[in-house]
Design a protein around this ligand. Structure first.
Ligand SMILES: *[C@@H]1O[C@H](CO)[C@@H](O)[C@H](O)[C@H]1NC(C)=O
Ligand SMILES: *[C@@H]1O[C@H](CO)[C@@H](O)[C@H](O)[C@H]1NC(C)=O
Ligand SMILES: *[C@@H]1O[C@H](CO)[C@@H](O)[C@H](O)[C@H]1NC(C)=O
Length: 313
């Protein structure tokens, strides 16, 4: 399977080959359509850098022309053909971006954050009719925060309906809401990251994929490959688990409700290696806790965040 980078690089090489071939023959509109058809198949999101590299390359090729500009009709035709092709690519890219729709937290937004709450930004999203807190800072930004514990001002021991709808405040501690998380993670592939501060040290867990099913499937959650400085087990242990609350026992243990027993809520297995929705300030596995497989840690800052995966081929 090719990665987005090698796919995009291969694609540029392909375009350059097309161009160099066309430099010696004339260019027809049909060629431009061919390129567009290829683009549709590739489904690359970040084409803009490919196009600007292409423009640079065309410019360089034109500079190789003898002084005095185009000497022949063929040269003029070639240049016009190349310019048309770039324009067609740009229009196609715009169409691709529009079809994907606006995205609330874009990577790179952090260079321009002026809100009261840096490096975060609150934006509203029409598709889920909810305000969203963006982490515009971590690993290039672009993250939608779905869970946050920073001061312990919000009770997280809540029922199924509360976790479905979400609670708390975006400027403090909150759970974003399982329906909204489901809706977001089914609009394209997402990655997930959990940032933790443990005894003043910042660590994280990360997974290449994060998908939450609908309520009918008890918000069952799937991960991709998992890594990070916090010990990936804390996250990985929840892979393929359903969501549980004290009033909705969906964990795989018969006759035992992990959410109730550990006074939290989440994607419990038998039972957990993280309880980031547990009791604030409590130093046990009922508290806000994380295990790397060797020992329990008690973070006093947690943020779980998701980001749409770019440039999929
Ligand atoms: C910063 O954001 C504002 C509002 O979104 C926008 O109008 C402005 O052009 C941005 N500035 C830069 C330097 O990106
Ligand atoms: C999720 O999507 C469904 C179906 O489009 C919609 O009815 C619902 O309002 C959405 N919920 C949220 C919280 O975004
Ligand atoms: C979290 O712990 C660190 C050090 O362990 C401390 O400096 C910080 O004030 C604590 N933050 C909160 C919100 O309790």
């Amino acid at each position: 399977m090719s990665t987005p980078t090698t796919g995009a690089a291969g694609f540029i090489v392909f375009l350059l080959m097309l161009i160099s071939v066309r430099l010696v023959v004339s260019i027809s509109e049909g060629d431009i359509l061919d390129v567009s058809e290829t683009l549709k198949d590739l489904k690359i999101r970040d084409l803009s850098s490919s196009v600007s590299k292409l423009e640079d390359r065309i410019f360089a090729l034109l500079l190789l022309r003898p002084a005095g500009g185009e000497k022949t009709g063929l040269e003029r035709q070639t240049r016009q053909g190349l310019e048309e092709r770039v324009q067609a690519l740009e229009e196609f890219m715009q169409a691709v971006n529009q079809r994907e729709g606006p995205r609330v937290c874009e990577r790179g937004m952090g260079n321009n954050v002026t809100t009261q709450y840096p490096p975060y930004l609150i934006l509203s999203d029409s598709t889920i009719e909810k305000d969203i807190l963006c982490d515009t800072h971590t690993d290039g930004g672009g993250w939608i925060i779905i869970q946050r514990r920073t001061k312990g001002d919000v009770d997280f021991y809540r029922d199924w309906a509360a976790y479905r709808e979400g609670f708390g405040s975006l400027t403090g501690d909150f759970w974003f809401g399982n329906d909204a998380i489901h809706n977001l993670t089914t609009q394209g592939a997402h990655e997930v990251r959990v940032d933790l501060r443990i005894d003043g040290q910042e660590v994280f867990a990360y997974s290449t994929r994060f998908l939450v099913r609908n309520e009918g499937n008890a918000y069952r959650m799937s991960l991709g490959s998992t890594s990070g400085t916090a010990g990936a087990l804390g996250l990985w242990f929840s892979n393929d688990m359903k969501f549980s609350t004290f009033d909705r026992d969906n964990d795989p243990l018969p006759d035992f409700n992990c959410a109730k027993h550990h006074q939290g809520a989440g994607w419990f297995a038998k039972c957990h290696k993280n309880n980031i929705n547990g009791i604030w300030g409590e130093k046990s596995s009922n508290g806000v806790s994380w295990s790397d497989g060797r020992s329990w840690k008690f973070p006093n800052f947690t943020e779980m965040k998701i980001r749409r995966v770019n440039s999929q081929i």
